[in-house]
Design a protein around this ligand. Sequence first.
Ligand code: MN
Ligand code: MN
Length: 309
Amino acid sequence: MNELHDRALGAYLGFAIGDALGATVEFMRPREIAARFGVHRDIIGGGWLKLARGQVTDDTTMSLALGDALIHGGSQALRQHAQGDETLIRGIGDAYVHWFKGKPVDCGNTCRRGILRYLRDGSLQGDYNPGDGGNGALMRNLPAVLATLGDDAAFERLSIAQSHLTHHHPLSDAATLGLGRLLGSLLKGMSHSACQQWAAQWVTDNPAFKFTPYRGYATAYVVDTVQTVLHYLTQHADFETVLIATVNQGDDADTTGALVGMLAGAQCGASRLPPHWLRRLQAATVQAITAQTSGLLALAHSVKESSHA
Ligand code: MN
Ligand code: MN
């Protein structure tokens, strides 16, 4: 496995680890977590969703639905999307509908509303909605980053289009593009200190997400989510340390955990993920993520090759 592949797989598996670890304490307050667990650090399932040990939630399964749609559409659909063709985005909408009909363990309100709208009228986005500032589009964008690696215009176009199927809000868009670009840089080997500098610069350009001083809110509002992710990510370089710190902040802990796991997993690579957590993930999840990572990187490669042809 080359270094890029190891980092990409680390990001996707790290995402699932963060989802599974955080879900146990989703919607809990930090004080409640401390009273119940001391420090929550083991993948044990449970939580308000009553998960099996190692089970992931909508964050991971919806990402897998996006990844499946991208791989199924293939490089031709990605190239045609650049020419204004919407077939790929309809394929993604159909994948979200299929995911939703499969009775996922959880589904956010804005995701549900958007999927039902697409199902009803086939529209690829709703009107701008001030209530669409949740983190649901941001949380599932990892496959779009992998599939367009090395082509920033394609990354931006695809990220916005997949987001708008359910979330039409400028802060959701800014967060999805910002963390997606950060992931892209980490996959190429960006150092921890460069990551800290990137975050400081990014919040200067996007002041709504300013995370110092940290306010301690980790809700599903995309501003709170991103502030929590960047606060912890810039505090700690070690995967295990940063993920434990993040999920013990509680609230939308599966999603903040997934996003921090993704970014820290890209930094350390799959080969250096903590084995005791990796072992706890369900085998089918690890298999699906492993296959998808290869498929999405191959897609990015073939799109780049053809654009140079
Ligand atoms: Mn979830
Ligand atoms: Mn969540």
